[in-house]
Write a protein that binds this ligand. Structure first.
Ligand SMILES: [Fe+2]
Length: 258
């Protein structure tokens, strides 16, 4: 039953995304990027979730992952950007599309609410405190799985000669690193994207996502894939950046030693 629902939703998703085709190869590449990302996030949420969820619960997590970025395609079509700040909240857009198409019709009201809430929280700076443990659990799972794959996407991009303007949120690739950004990361505070001045600021912010990681399994994947080291290597030599790097590395090591 669950497998069947998931397969049907996957079929719907594939068909939906295929209606977003662009003549310009760069535009098409950005759509393909989000399509591929979606399936990687489904895989990752399975890897993290299978240790802590029942088979039934795991399907709900996989549906959350399948639809978490559903708003990205329409966002790109309308605004040609993946920056929510410059356009609109892509999670809210995803929820609108899910409801308009009645995609969760086969799922209980309670589980549907769980999926929708987790999607709505997946891209927010902080999780709300007044939510049920269940909603928080699914929100944490999607947030971890999402970040784990975004690291793959951005590291790939930063190592290309010609950076994708959309992946880099259109920030300049000047050598500058903002002091205030480093200080916020060292204080383990989430950075507001509005404060970012350069691509290096964004890279450091993405290194700092580690503080927002919820599961031990996710930290293991970060280390296995050497994400923090790979991001650090794309930065220009800088004492400030090294301080951020070293602090993050020791944070991971301490957490993994628990
Ligand atoms: Fe995502």
């Amino acid at each position: 039953m669950n497998e069947e629902i998931f397969l049907t939703l996957k079929g719907w998703f594939n068909k939906y995304v295929s209606t977003y085709s662009f003549p310009n190869p760069t535009d098409q590449r950005n759509i393909d990027l989000k399509f591929e990302h979606t399936y990687k996030v489904v895989e990752l949420i399975t890897t993290i979730g299978e240790e802590i969820l029942s088979a039934e619960e795991l399907y709900l997590a996989k549906i959350t992952a399948l639809f978490h970025d559903l708003g990205r395609f329409e966002q790109y079509k309308r605004y040609k950007t993946f920056s929510d700040a410059k356009s609109e909240d892509h999670a809210a857009l995803a929820i609108k599309i899910i409801l308009e198409n009645d995609l969760l019709a086969e799922i209980s009201q309670e589980s549907s609410q769980l999926i929708l809430k987790a999607i709505s929280y997946h891209n927010k700076m902080n999780l709300p405190e007044d939510e049920t443990d269940k909603v928080l659990l699914y929100s944490k799972l999607i947030r971890d799985a999402d970040k784990l794959d975004i690291w793959r996407v951005v590291i790939n991009d930063y190592n290309q000669e010609d950076n994708n303007k959309v992946v880099g949120l259109g920030l300049t690739s000047k050598d500058d690193i903002s002091n205030s950004i480093c200080q916020q990361i060292i204080a383990e505070k989430p950075v507001d994207y509005k404060d970012l001045k350069t691509l290096n600021d964004l890279k450091l912010t993405q290194m700092g996502w580690v503080y927002d990681i919820n599961f031990q399994k996710s930290l293991k994947i970060i280390e296995e894939r050497e994400y923090i080291d790979k991001l650090f290597m794309t930065l220009p030599p800088s004492d400030k950046a090294r301080e951020v790097y070293e602090q993050i590395k020791s944070y991971i090591n301490n957490k993994l030693a628990l």
